[in-house]
Design a protein. Structure first.
Length: 70
């Protein structure tokens, strides 16, 4: 992980437009690092997305949900 930029997850804020989208987009960018963190701290695995979850919460779903005629 050396040489990678240190990125902090975004916080989902109900009053901030698209904050959930930005949170998940950032989580995808730091997934490699969070995977290592979860692997070394097994108590985090209960709250961390599994492979199927990553597919379901894909960033593209948020684009779809913002369309007028969905």
């Amino acid at each position: 992980m050396k040489g990678k930029a240190f990125l902090v997850p975004e916080i989902d804020t109900p009053t901030r437009w698209n904050s959930l989208y930005l949170s998940i987009k950032k989580l995808y960018r730091i997934k490699d690092m969070t995977d290592i963190l979860v692997a070394s701290n097994c108590h985090l695995s209960d709250i961390y997305p599994i492979d199927d979850d990553w597919k379901i919460i894909g960033v593209s779903i948020f684009y779809f949900l913002t369309l007028k005629d969905h």
